[in-house]
Design a protein around this ligand. Structure first.
Ligand code: SF4
Length: 943
């Protein structure tokens, strides 16, 4: 079975999903048709495993394919998937809505008329591919490779695009990460290079969550089920969140911290842990670079520590470090943290003691929330990890591992070499320490004339809607001088595709191949997303050349698109591109997706060939049958492993993988350690010093742009938290899922009764929310589930479409007009007015005539200026806003934005940066990871 040990994963974990059919039944599963009740009508199904694509968790799905009709009837959880263990959230089964969505795009479309005219004509894939290939070939041949950009929201695959972009020899990758998780990533990376945590919630003795991880955190369903399992076993949970989320309501300790003060509370908790002797002194002695810190910043203390034996086993040297730390953080008393955050000091002390007593078993997580809302949010993640380090909970059972240790990325065949280029449109010099591309600033860079794009791909990415400052995006997307050609690769229409030149339909999750692995628990697994109908029909003996032949209409899968495109860019192989897209099994012939995955499963996944052979299957057949494979069960305390005597020396790889682990001498043994310059956990970061931020050399507290001291409450100032997720929706990917939209279709403004009364606001009353660049009008929900002084609005909702043209699915969108008044070279004044909300419409789906809701929500992100943190580059989402009851001329969902003002604010934030070069004329520290990492030479600034 899928485990290397031959057991179902849930058996190992003492759990069974009794109602799920086991794999032995998947070829022919019989059940009664619920719709035929009370008659007993048998239906026969083939169950085909695939992977959900409605968030990043990568849960296993089983598609129930009706053997008689050949159609997918529904989706349920795959019980042998080690991450999700047969369970899904609401969004997994709703995949069937997306497959059957009447408004989905089935054929390639090309615009006619001006960009944004809303007029389209169907074209052949050949025409689209040839035109795009010609543009790309010209850019590559003419050394304009920086004019090609692939901009992805949710990749849904591990490494595929890295390989494609490297094969082109370009630095062409852009992502969404700086509006998502870049803040937390920097905070974690400074400690140990790995930029994400992997909490082992299941075995934790105490769980500390910043934000709503139960219902909407990173890895929703896989984490939520393990948190609840732990809670059922008596583990306590503490949650920081100014909003009474579902997670906070399930917690033992709710700490409604003022946004951006979390680091102050975490430092106070650390102080209590140290003061009360709850810290793991020996772990810190062995694994923290405290000697480096003392030597650099406290030489006298360093000498004293050395005289006490330094970091040697049994010495008292480390106590000198703790003395210095006490002095360093002496202002962070529980009382100070209480004043900053509004959380009572007694509660902070209580949580500190519980966290300290969990010693070795403290599992924690912050992903977006505080780390993505605030100036200095990266310090929140860094301070949270300080608690993990202090309690000796790094990569322990029940502790918090490094994400890279619980995620398995399989190597592809014939990896192209790293590119020797650096694209400053994605990685500008102002942000040498950013943890991902400055993607959301792209239109401002184009406005400033930093470059142009000849060919721009958007993929699972809707920047005009998802990013802040969407009208600046629209101004760039419609300008052919800035973007020569824009191809939106998407299964459904969205607000950005409207301004594209091509809209090319790509398969939904169950209509394409990918491999997935996520750090959902201790240990690692690999999942196989496969096109369900193709697999079903191939199992019955049919043959296909391309996946689109089995998909609806002419819906392609992305990987086949890139293979075809790359062959057309380099038809004779003279550019050196085509060879990377030739089959490893049939030299000189075109690669197929089957070749790709066959090779990976045969060669890159430890244990899989043996497990497959045990069942008389090839590795590919095994993955097609089960959809998932556990690679490693537990990977605790990897840093303590002894290094082989002949291990390689320190040689950071150009591949972007972790540097070779050369080991570090600890207590007389050569151990693996961490992938930092010191090979230890870096409490003290020489990198921050070297790159111009010495005041942030250690974990600390930075007051946010929304600190309470900057508000005039009497004038109506409050803090808007615009980032919270709903468990039923996911960014812009769920508008085509009618079940989900029926559950969630409005985003009222959460406001505490104290604020509502003071400002004359009542539930369902209209409120004008004034931001720095405009305003939006929304309905209020007066609730004690929100802290006074803070308001919140969920970010999923407020989708819109324009009249008389294809657009966002009608289940979820309102029809609006956009009005523009040009105010100068730097921008315009834009107005959105809703003509109608949601309502019944004609389609082949009878449910579309039954829409009972009218609300389609409000698009708030349009009204936010960009606020890039000067260190991490993360957009600081929280807004200082002024609210008032709506004015007589205001209507629900109105939006007004001044893009000239947004460009001014962009410049104000940009002015806070400390640009590269750093030491050795580098653009970025060599030891920092980077998406699609170029050669070391490309890190050097040559001019
Ligand atoms: S948690 Fe994410 S991957 Fe899992 S079922 Fe829900 S949407 Fe799908």
């Amino acid at each position: 079975m899928p485990d290397r040990t031959g057991r179902y994963p849930q058996e190992d974990e003492g759990w069974t999903l009794s109602s799920a059919p086991g794999p032995e039944h998947w070829d022919d599963w019989v059940e009664f048709d619920a719709a035929a009740w009370p008659r007993k009508v048998e239906r026969r199904y083939s169950l085909v495993p695939t992977i959900c694509f409605n968030c990043e968790s990568g849960c296993g799905l089983l598609a129930y394919v009706d053997q008689f009709t050949g159609k997918i009837r529904r989706f349920e959880g795959n019980p042998v998937h080690p991450g999700s263990r047969g369970r899904t959230c609401a969004k997994g089964p709703a995949t069937i809505n997306q497959i059957n969505d009447d408004e989905r795009i089935l054929y390639p479309m090309k615009r006619v008329g001006e960009r944004g005219s809303g007029r389209w004509v169907r074209v052949s894939w050949d025409n689209a591919l040839n035109d795009i290939a010609e543009r790309m070939r010209a850019a590559i041949v003419e050394d304009r490779g920086d004019e090609i950009m692939y901009h992805v929201g949710r990749p849904g695959h591990d490494g595929t695009m890295d390989r494609v972009i490297r094969a082109w020899g370009l630095d062409a990758h852009n992502s969404h990460t700086n509006i998502c998780s870049a803040g937390a990533r920097l905070g974690y990376a400074l400690w140990h290079q790995a930029d994400r945590p992997s909490p082992d919630h299941e075995r934790a003795r105490f769980i500390l969550l910043l934000s709503a991880h139960l219902e909407s955190g990173h890895y929703f369903n896989p984490h939520a089920q393990r948190i609840i399992d732990a809670k059922s076993g008596g583990t306590q949970i503490a949650v920081f969140d100014p909003r009474l989320s579902n997670t906070a309501s399930m917690a033992d300790h709710w700490l409604p911290t003022w946004p951006g003060t979390e680091a102050a509370v975490l430092l106070a908790i650390a102080n209590v842990i140290i003061d009360e002797g709850l810290h793991d002194r020996d772990f810190v002695r062995r694994w923290v670079n405290w000697e480096e810190y003392l030597r650099a910043e406290h030489p006298h203390a360093y000498e004293r520590a050395q005289s006490l034996g330094g970091a040697a086993a049994g010495s008292d040297g480390v106590d000198v470090f703790f003395e210095v730390v006490r002095e360093l953080y002496k202002e962070f008393t529980p009382q100070f943290a209480a004043t900053e955050s509004g959380v009572p000091a007694a509660k902070i002390i209580e949580v500190a003691r519980a966290a300290g007593r969990a010693r070795g078993g403290l599992s924690t997580h912050v992903w977006r929330s505080a780390a993505s809302g605030n100036l200095g949010g990266w310090q929140v993640a860094r301070c949270l990890e300080w608690l993990v380090v202090l309690t000796g909970s790094v990569a322990t059972p029940g502790g918090t591992n490094l994400a890279a240790k619980d995620k398995f990325v399989a190597a592809p065949f014939a990896q192209p070499p790293a590119q020797d280029k650096w694209n400053e449109l994605a990685w500008p010099r102002e942000y040498p320490l950013s943890h991902h591309e400055l993607s959301f600033l792209l239109p401002h860079f184009l406005k400033e004339g930093r470059g142009r794009l000849a060919m721009y791909f958007t993929r699972v990415y809707n920047p005009a809607w998802t990013n802040p400052d969407g009208f600046t995006w629209i101004e760039a997307l419609r300008d052919e001088k800035k973007i020569g050609c824009h191809a939106a690769l998407t299964p459904t229409w969205n607000e950005s595709a409207y301004w594209a030149d091509y809209v090319l339909p790509m398969g939904l999750g169950p209509e394409r191949h990918d491999i997935m692995s996520q750090e959902t628990a201790a240990g690692s697994w690999i999942g196989f997303r496969q096109p369900v109908l193709r697999t079903f029909r191939e199992n019955r003996g049919e043959e296909f050349e391309f996946t689109w032949e089995a998909n609806p209409g002419e819906v392609w899968e992305e990987e086949e698109f890139w293979i075809e495109l790359s062959w057309r860019i380099d038809p004779d192989g003279s550019l050196g591109i085509r060879k990377w897209f030739e089959s490893p099994y049939r030299p000189g012939e075109k690669l197929t997706v089957e070749d790709s995955y066959r090779w990976i499963f045969e060669n890159s996944v430890p244990g899989l060939p043996e497990a497959a052979a045990a069942e008389d299957l090839t590795p590919l057949e095994y993955m097609r049958r089960y959809g998932a494979f556990r690679v490693e069960k537990d990977n605790y305390r990897f840093y303590e492993k002894e290094v082989e005597p002949d291990a390689a020396g320190i040689e950071p790889e150009a591949s972007g993988a972790e540097p070779d682990a050369p080991g570090i001498e600890i207590d007389g043994k050569r151990l693996t350690g961490f992938a930092t310059p010191s090979r230890k956990l870096e409490f003290y970061s020489p990198t921050m010093v070297d790159w111009g931020w010495p005041e942030h050399a250690v974990p600390g507290y930075i007051r946010s742009q929304v600190h309470w001291s900057g508000l005039d409450r009497d004038a109506g100032d409050v803090v808007l938290m615009p980032t919270f997720r709903l468990p039923t929706l996911i960014h812009t990917r769920s508008a085509n899922a009618k079940w989900l939209v029926e559950i969630s279709h409005r985003n009222p403004l959460w406001i505490h009764p104290v604020d509502a009364t003071r400002l004359g606001i009542r539930t369902d009353g209209l409120v004008r929310v004034n931001t720095a660049i405009g305003y939006f009008v929304v309905r209020a929900w007066v609730t004690e589930g929100m802290r006074p002084g803070i308001i919140a609005c969920s970010h999923h909702i407020g989708r819109w479409r324009l009249p008389d043209s294809p657009g966002t699915d009608k289940w979820a969108s309102g029809c609006v007009t956009l009005t523009e008044q040009v105010t100068g070279d730097d921008g315009s004044r834009w107005r959105v007015r809703q003509l109608e909300g949601a309502g019944p419409f004609d389609s082949d789906d009878p449910d579309s005539s039954r829409i009972w809701w009218t609300d389609a929500g409000v698009h708030q992100n349009l009204t936010f200026p960009v606020q890039p943190d000067p260190v991490s580059g993360m957009h600081c989402w929280h807004q200082k806003v002024r609210i008032e009851p709506a004015r007589p001329s205001d209507r629900y969902a109105d939006v007004l934005v001044d893009t000239a003002r947004s460009h001014e604010i962009y410049k104000e934030w940009l002015a806070q940066t400390r640009p590269a070069p750093g030491p050795d004329n580098l653009r970025r520290p060599l030891w920092f990871t980077r998406a699609v990492r170029p050669t070391d030479a490309a890190y050097k600034i040559e001019d």
